[in-house]
Design a protein around this ligand. Sequence first.
Ligand SMILES: [Zn+2]
Length: 193
Amino acid sequence: MSEFTKEHYKLEGEKLTVFTYPAPVLKQVAKPVVEFNEELNKLVKDMFFTMYHAPGIGLAAPQVGKSIRLFVMDIDFDREKTLNSDGHTEWSFSNFNPMVIINPVFKQKDGEILYEEGCLSVPGVYEDVKRANHVVLEYQDLNGDKQSLEAEGTLAVCLQHENDHLDGIVFLERLSLLKRQFLTKKFLKAKKG
Ligand SMILES: [Zn+2]
């Protein structure tokens, strides 16, 4: 298994297709990751590449058509548009804090936070969602080793949003019925035309 380095994940990779709501893969309950191999490593690399360039702060495997319990996140990288020598704009990234979360299980969830969420699978829709403000998460890293993470605020919100994708839930489904119906209709209409 190649080593997990920040540089490696931002510069290399393939842009994957991000499935948008209501793609069936987004509604499936994803299967646990059992093999920690090169194939998984490549998927993670491509997911980071896709996420950073989208740009987004989190991307779950089901969003790129893989129904497995894995997501990547980076909630505080910087992105800047620069003009290169031949006149093309490109993006430069800095201050990476990439996280790979595999087979996550929440051990604790408490408090409450209202936070405006968006999702690469529901582009253009942003809405306040109520989540736990404090979480403790157990998961496996890219080597299959067990890890534990305690998080609050934005990080806690993102972990819950991404974990929902593994259970076939998009954030629209966390809203009140009225809001969900309104936003879903609006989104599907915009998507069509
Ligand atoms: Zn999402």
